[in-house]
Design a protein around this ligand. Structure first.
Ligand SMILES: *[C@@H]1O[C@H](CO)[C@@H](O)[C@H](O)[C@H]1NC(C)=O
Ligand SMILES: *[C@@H]1O[C@H](CO)[C@@H](O)[C@H](O)[C@H]1NC(C)=O
Ligand SMILES: *[C@@H]1O[C@H](CO)[C@@H](O)[C@H](O)[C@H]1NC(C)=O
Ligand SMILES: *[C@@H]1O[C@H](CO)[C@@H](O)[C@H](O)[C@H]1NC(C)=O
Ligand SMILES: *[C@@H]1O[C@H](CO)[C@@H](O)[C@H](O)[C@H]1NC(C)=O
Ligand SMILES: *[C@@H]1O[C@H](CO)[C@@H](O)[C@H](O)[C@H]1NC(C)=O
Length: 527
């Protein structure tokens, strides 16, 4: 597309040469496909007799190993780690496919790997190649379970002429999504996670970033997280505004896109067996298939069991209603740690069906009820957020997203949430002494000066935590007496994070639009 200046004749000549080359490759080279070209590769050639053992034996072992890796990965859903030979000529290696490529691509990529060692770096004691759809590594020393942190990482952009309109929000969302995927990927059995996050850009467009994080399947969770976190995450800051991109290291991989990323899982069945006639290879395939099937049955049982559990849990959910996508909620909420999702029926029981006698007050976006959770044996305050108001939903999400991740003695603790039975409910620890305004504006109930002093200090500690000590800066944006709650010993606890915003420490000077309650805002802001 960029060869506009090329004259016509040379272009035709090039095309003809290209076609001839393809035909030649197709007929002469047979199965040797050129469609997978290494994105990155390395090899350490054996120099004279610096290493123990015989380089001839090592070479033969490596060739055999790479063959076995191919057969193993084809038979085993795109991953195989193995070793071949005996010390000092033993070689270790692994081959893996990336889950965002289909089985055809994976298989042909693995087949390309067969030629890497013999053609790109024969007689090497260590090597690796990164392709679009797969990766190969081998060495004379075992490296399984540990991440490769020495070799380079590759960064590239698909659809490189397409840019996001606005980078600030995209940058922020992309990073948050990836952070979440890192944890999910390292905790998952196949060491990958995909997901998406919606956001509104500065032009008011509602957009979605899709992401994928994948580690080499042999890594222990800790190494997987480290690889993603330290090798790739630092790059998240410097990624430009392209609508799709990839960062690849030998042991871990991330990809983001503004378009959905297709994931090919569960591992495909061993449809395409290699065309070899060696009995040994057949034996390996049979054994691996058998193991694969057993694994499959086990994972299927686990899946069925899990689905059943989920189904039970969901039985009293509200359905999808466009704006309020259940997956999105799940994604937002699973980021939290301890607070959990309640069933609607549990909260109905706890509040005697939201009886008027249990009502503690009316807030901006709904009523608050006192409840007793029998299984946790605690008293709670349950806020019923008006679902009909868009602002109400927004605040509900903001509360759960922000406060569920914070923990401080001067913050009201969120115990759980529930969006079921057509309601949005937030469950907090109960504050026996209510909010600060009821004490300040009640003549018969004056607070002592020392209590007032402690309350001010408490709010100060809470703000210090929110602004400086947590990983992101949390702007509460609505601090006023009715949002300061008092526990049974009159300790101040800041609540109501409906207007809260998360800001990165590095963008401390970033200003947000005006929000809050008039009367409690700096008059200069309103001027
Ligand atoms: C692997 O090869 C390197 C380089 O030849 C050598 O220094 C090292 O000792 C070898 N390791 C083993 C376990 O043979
Ligand atoms: C696999 O992906 C390639 C490239 O994206 C595509 O051309 C091919 O049709 C796909 N094959 C299957 C079976 O989906
Ligand atoms: C996106 O990045 C490209 C290349 O750096 C730049 O030319 C373009 O102006 C950027 N577009 C926007 C909307 O930021
Ligand atoms: C992961 O990808 C699959 C297949 O492309 C898709 O169906 C699924 O919704 C994705 N998962 C998440 C959490 O987005
Ligand atoms: C494959 O890697 C695992 C660690 O994930 C290791 O325990 C196992 O021994 C390796 N398999 C072979 C054949 O070396
Ligand atoms: C993305 O955000 C990071 C951290 O806030 C920042 O360092 C980086 O410059 C941002 N990138 C762009 C392109 O705005």
């Amino acid at each position: 597309m960029k060869h506009d200046s090329t004259p016509m004749a040379p272009r035709r000549l090039l095309l003809a040469l290209f076609l001839t080359a393809i035909i030649w490759l197709g007929t002469v080279a047979g199965e040797q496909e050129a469609e997978h070209i290494p994105i990155d590769q390395y090899c350490e050639p054996t120099t004279d007799n610096s290493s123990p053992g015989s380089s001839e034996t090592r070479q033969a072992n490596t060739v055999a190993l790479v063959r076995n890796l191919y057969a193993g990965a084809v038979a085993n859903g795109g991953f195989c780690n193995d070793s071949y030979g005996t010390p000092p000529d033993q070689v270790f290696g692994l081959a893996m496919c990336y889950v965002d490529y289909n089985w055809t691509m994976c298989e042909s990529c693995l087949r390309t790997e067969l030629y890497f060692e013999s053609e790109a770096c024969p007689y090497s004691w260590k090597g690796g190649a990164l392709y679009d759809a797969c990766v190969l590594r081998y060495s004379n020393e075992s490296f399984f379970t540990m991440a490769d942190t020495f070799n380079t990482r590759a960064v590239y952009f698909d659809g490189s002429d397409s840019y996001a309109h606005e980078i600030i929000r995209m940058n922020e969302t992309r990073r948050n999504l990836m952070r979440q995927l890192f944890y999910e990927a390292s905790g998952s059995s196949l060491r990958f996670a995909n997901g998406s996050q919606r956001y509104m850009d500065l032009f008011g467009d509602l957009l979605t970033v899709y992401g994928l994080a994948q580690c080499s399947r042999d890594l222990v969770p800790y190494e997987c997280r480290n690889c993603l976190q330290w090798q790739l995450f630092s790059l998240m800051h410097s990624l430009p505004n392209n609508t799709a991109g990839v960062v690849k290291a030998y042991s871990c991989y991330i990809r983001y896109s503004m378009e959905p990323i297709e994931i090919h899982t569960p591992p495909p069945p061993p449809g395409a067996a290699p065309s070899s006639k060696h009995n040994k290879r057949k034996l390996i395939i049979t054994v691996s298939t058998l193991c694969g099937s057993i694994l499959c049955v086990i994972s299927l049982s686990i899946l069925v069991w899990y689905c059943c559990c989920r189904l039970n849990e969901r039985s009293d959910d509200i359905g999808h209603d466009g704006f309020f996508n259940d997956n999105e909620m799940k994604e937002e909420f699973t980021k939290g740690t301890r607070p959990r999702r309640f069933r609607y029926s549990e909260l109905v029981t706890a509040t005697a069906n939201f009886a008027d006698s249990q009502k503690l007050g009316e807030g901006g976006f709904g009523s608050v009820y006192k409840g007793h959770l029998k299984d946790l044996k605690i008293e709670v305050a349950i806020k019923r957020v008006s679902k009909s108001s868009k602002q109400g939903r927004k605040e509900y999400i903001s509360e759960v997203r922000v406060i569920s991740r914070l923990r401080h003695r001067n913050l009201v603790q969120l115990i759980g949430w529930c969006h079921g039975g057509g309601e949005l409910l937030l469950v907090y620890e109960l504050m026996p002494n209510g909010s600060l305004d009821t004490h300040l504006y009640n003549a018969g109930n004056t607070l002592s000066w020392s209590t007032r002093h402690d309350i001010v200090l408490g709010i100060g500690y809470a703000l210090l935590y929110l602004h400086q000590e947590w990983e992101q800066c949390v702007l509460h944006r609505d601090i006023k007496p009715s949002n300061v709650m008092l526990d049974k010993s009159f300790n101040a606890k800041l609540g109501d994070f409906g207007l809260a915003r998360l800001i990165d420490h590095s963008q401390a000077s970033h200003t947000t639009e005006l929000a809050g309650t008039t009367g409690y805002m700096d008059p200069e802001c309103c001027a």
